[in-house]
Design a protein around this ligand. Structure first.
Ligand code: 5GP
Ligand code: ZN
Length: 114
């Protein structure tokens, strides 16, 4: 989508600190990290949010989870513990309308979220 900031990162139209990329996904460091490790994993396909995923996305969503697992291990947070967040919609706190998974770790995370 032409006015989507994450599509622009996928297309390399704007820079990002990319930590992983393959045919289906891109992962990059969040510009405003909330923890020592704060990576965003996004599909290359523009999907607005979790509300827009369907049966055809099953493989993609499963793949994203395997990428998350790999990046957590590489970031040395796999054993210590970490959190995956996908904010959905306005009340869910979603500010970029291209589905993304936050990998947050490297400190003690509190619950419940704000
Ligand atoms: P949301 O609030 O939608 O769940 O998360 C959006 C995230 O994207 C925020 O954590 C925000 O800091 C991050 N973000 C927004 N714009 C950019 C950008 O241009 N580059 C990077 N690396 N992260 C961004
Ligand atoms: Zn997009």
């Amino acid at each position: 989508m032409s006015d989507c900031i994450f599509c622009k990162i996928v297309d390399k139209e704007i820079p990002a600190d990319i930590v992983y990329e393959d045919d289906l996904v891109v992962a990059f460091n969040d510009i405003e990290p909330q923890a020592p490790t704060h990576i965003l994993v996004i599909p290359k396909e523009h999907i607005e949010s979790l509300n827009e995923i369907h049966e055809d996305h099953k493989q993609l969503i499963g793949h994203i989870h395997l990428v998350i697992k790999k990046l957590a291990k590489e970031s040395n947070i796999a054993d210590k513990g970490y959190r995956i967040v996908s904010n959905c919609g306005k009340e869910g706190g979603q500010t970029v309308d291209h589905i993304h998974y936050h990998i947050i770790g490297g400190r003690n995370l509190t619950w419940p979220p704000g």
